[in-house]
Design a protein around this ligand. Structure first.
Ligand code: UTP
Length: 302
């Protein structure tokens, strides 16, 4: 079996309920919440495209049609903007429109968990390796996380994913791996477990939401029983695949914001805004002012 076949397709699951962001997510997908002025999901699509991905497969659900509309053309809006001479915005909207036929959608009818969402993409992926990006994990670094992962895949093949180190007490929020020796630019993976208690965690390397997987994962997902949180967990099927195929981890040197949590989402907004040439300095000064104000209020209250 050739375990280094090219990776052309990326799966982006967007079918979750986003309960941590209620009430906002009662009427809008959490993947459409914005970091500065772009929806969270746009960051994942850009990262995939930069890594050379040609086709995006969204696993979507009811109440998520805003995502399909977002990646479609908007002729009335373009006409209105053109009439008002807003050429910068027209160019921006046209540039972000994916090439026709390169984006597909399939539905997960019931949000049974990430493993089930990935399984729902099996017919669109077919018998080839694929990338998987969790859109609420937003990566921030000089180089896109998926591009670095692709480089490791080209070296070692098989299954690869990106990891970062978390504080030991945070392991119960993530999939965590056991690590072996270093291989090329990666680490050999010896095991993985979803949301372990700190005392049971094999390390503090957590999966940051970027994967390249071989298609054999689909057969394992098909019969995967529910695991942590009573959901069908991708990590549990990857652990089974590890018995027959190699897995390597790419330690990502940037930083990932967990935008599925309020704290990560707010941090991402501040961090990305400070990077922007059109507003970075203003936001930096605003943050300093807010910190001063907060400090004074705290001192007064004490
Ligand atoms: P999360 O577990 O962070 O998303 O899944 P969630 O379930 O929507 O969030 P909470 O916990 O209720 O707040 C990571 C990604 O996987 C997708 C989500 O949409 C998110 O992009 N997902 C999750 C699915 O597509 N289907 C599922 O059944 C679960």
């Amino acid at each position: 079996m050739n375990m280094k076949r090219p990776v052309r397709k990326a799966v982006i699951p967007v079918a979750g309920n986003g309960t941590r962001f209620l009430p906002a997510t009662k009427a809008m997908p959490k993947e459409m919440l914005t970091i500065v002025d772009r929806p969270v999901v746009q960051y994942a699509v850009d990262e995939a495209m930069q890594a050379g991905i040609e086709n995006i497969i969204f696993v979507t659900s009811r109440n998520k049609t805003a995502i399909e509309d977002y990646f479609d053309s908007a002729p009335e809006l373009i006409a209105t903007l053109t009439r008002s001479g807003k050429t910068v915005q027209v160019t921006q909207l046209e540039k972000m429109l994916p090439l026709a036929g390169t984006v597909s959608y399939t539905r997960q009818q019931v949000p049974l968990g990430l493993g089930h969402a990935v399984w729902c993409a099996r017919e669109l992926v077919g018998d080839e390796p694929f990338a998987l990006l969790l859109p609420d994990m937003v990566s921030y670094g000089r180089k896109g996380c998926m591009a670095g992962l692709m480089e490791l895949y080209e070296e070692v093949g098989g299954n690869v994913f990106a990891v970062e180190e978390c504080a030991p007490e945070e392991t119960s929020s993530y999939g965590v791996i056991g690590v072996g020796r270093s291989v090329n630019h990666g680490l050999e993976v010896t095991g993985m477990v979803e949301k372990p208690k700190p005392e049971d965690a094999p390390s503090n390397y957590y999966l940051n939401g970027r994967y390249i997987l071989q298609p054999e994962i689909f057969d394992l997902l098909a019969s995967q029983e529910r695991g942590a949180g009573n959901e069908i967990q991708l990590t549990d099927s990857m652990q089974k695949l590890l018995n027959v195929q190699p897995f390597h981890a790419h330690p990502y040197t940037g930083r990932t914001f967990d935008c599925g949590s309020k704290r990560g989402f707010i941090e991402a907004n501040v961090a990305f805004a400070m990077l922007r040439s059109d507003m970075g300095e203003d936001i930096y000064n605003s943050v300093k002012d807010l910190l001063d104000m907060h400090e004074k209020t705290r001192v007064k209250a004490a």
